[in-house]
Design a protein around this ligand. Structure first.
Ligand SMILES: Nc1ncnc2c1ncn2[C@@H]1O[C@H](COP(=O)(O)OP(=O)(O)OP(=O)(O)O)[C@@H](O)[C@H]1O
Ligand SMILES: [Mg+2]
Length: 422
């Protein structure tokens, strides 16, 4: 019983995303800490050696200090995850993840006696290959040697979301920065029915950058962080794009998008082009809409199909079609049940409509419901996870709290605790 109580106090969740690493112990409550999932490999320098700061890789807030140093960024700044996957031999990416894991656990290590390591729940993409599981367990094992980890387990991200919502039969649509996974769940993810998209918030960033160029902010459009903020502040999700655009063209002041970048004199005003705010949300759900053709022709990359390991990540499939094709891979008897419980999670679903635009703009659950109905699927229920970018982390915590301490990891079932103590 002592062990069970101990475990509950020291559950620690880790969610490695394409853009952000969300992490922290159960004591944080509803919200994890979040840091960019990237690492910087500084040039070896004599000055750094004299100052005693030689490090192979730098992660977390310190990365910012190196960005202006004029060194070749693209070679030195590593974002380890692509579509949620890290290549088996991609040493530098693994170095970054290992460093982030280490730093995050150390950050929360309690002082005082009695601490014997965290119970770590780390989540991986639903299509993560086996070697990623092995690699993560080996890093966790290293941290166990330092007393930071007592036991650990790994869980597919969509399952974590289902657990956070206490749903055993549902479809989870997890859309982050780099990719989207649709996973039907019936107690466990139905592996053969997972459908993945090579698309996430980064595509919405791209159209935002194009709009910024078209409105005279070409220089700022090169700065990823500014583009992301403009997208999050000014982007709108239309219920019906054509209607929203014509509304926007004839109600210029109502849709006018202005954003003042915090702490600077920079003010972005989309002016008469403000109707294009609706394109930003639309591309997430339907990049095939004809309005995007001219942007693709002018050089905006068209989301493409890619194969990573055994999985194809589709580029252009619309969101409703993706959900339907995933559900239709499941037994017919189960399909109505799955449609009646669709859960949306991930930051890329974090759209909201200002009250004066409620007639043309909407949130993600309304949009998907509308698209599903248009395709003839009735009796659909869609729920949006609160603070959707943190749903996976919350699920990790709920899972770690509930998974009995005595239930040991099994490679056949892919669940249970791997106990690192010897
Ligand atoms: N209010 C918002 N409006 C639009 N997009 C948003 C909003 N808030 C967050 N996002 C977007 O959500 C994405 C980050 O979501 P999340 O943290 O779930 O992704 P991730 O876990 O890093 O990536 P992935 O799961 O694809 O590996 C970013 O593209 C971000 O700009
Ligand atoms: Mg994610």
């Amino acid at each position: 019983m002592f062990e069970e109580d101990y475990k509950r106090r020291f559950v620690f969740g880790c969610d490695f995303g394409t853009s952000d690493y969300k992490y922290g112990p159960i004591s944080l409550g509803e919200r994890p800490r979040s840091v960019e999932n990237r690492g910087y490999f500084p040039e070896r320098s004599v000055v750094a050696e004299i100052l005693g700061g030689v490090r192979e890789v730098v992660v977390g807030n310190e990365v910012a200090q190196f960005l202006g140093s004029g060194q070749d960024l693209s070679a030195r700044l590593v974002y380890p995850m692509r579509d949620g996957i890290i290549g088996a031999g991609d040493e530098r990416s693994w170095r970054v993840v290992r460093e982030l894991l280490s730093k995050s656990l150390t950050e929360f290590k309690p002082g005082g006696l009695g601490f014997k390591g965290f119970y770590v729940v780390a989540s991986l993409s639903a299509v993560a290959p086996l070697y990623m599981y092995e690699k993560f367990f080996s890093f966790l094992d290293e941290k166990a040697e330092e007393g930071l980890v007592r036991s650990s387990t790994l869980i597919p991200q969509p399952l974590a979301v289902a657990i956070a919502h206490k749903q055993t039969s549902c479809v989870v649509v997890e859309s982050g920065h780099g990719n989207t996974q649709v996973a039907p769940i019936s107690r466990a993810p139905i592996r053969g029915a997972v459908v993945a998209l090579n698309r996430g918030g980064s595509e919405a960033n791209m159209i935002t950058a194009e709009i910024m160029k078209d409105t005279g902010y070409g220089d700022l459009a090169k700065e990823e962080k500014v583009v992301r903020s403009v997208k999050e502040r000014l982007g709108l999700l239309p219920l019906d794009l054509d209607r929203a655009v014509s509304f926007g063209r004839s109600n210029r002041e109502a849709v006018r998008g202005v954003y003042q970048v915090e702490g600077t004199r920079i003010r972005i005003d989309l002016g008469d082009h403000s109707w294009s705010r609706f394109l930003i949300g639309e591309i997430v759900f339907n990049p095939g809409h004809e309005v995007f053709q001219s942007y693709y022709k002018r050089g905006m990359p068209r989301p493409s199909d890619v194969r990573v390991g055994d999985t194809v990540f589709y580029g252009m499939m619309d969101m409703a079609e993706t959900v339907i094709s995933s559900v239709e891979k499941c037994p017919v008897e189960l399909q109505p049940l799955l449609y009646s419980q669709i859960i949306l999670s991930g930051g890329n679903f974090n759209w909201s409509a200002p009250s004066h635009l409620k007639s043309v703009a909407c949130d993600s659950q309304t949009k998907l419901l509308h698209m599903m109905r248009e395709k003839g699927i009735e009796n659909v229920k869609v729920v949006l996870s609160p603070e959707p970018q943190f749903a996976v982390w919350r699920g990790c915590i709920v899972y770690g709290y509930a998974l009995p301490e005595g239930y040991e990891w099994s490679w056949e079932r892919m669940e249970g605790w791997l106990h690192h103590w010897r």
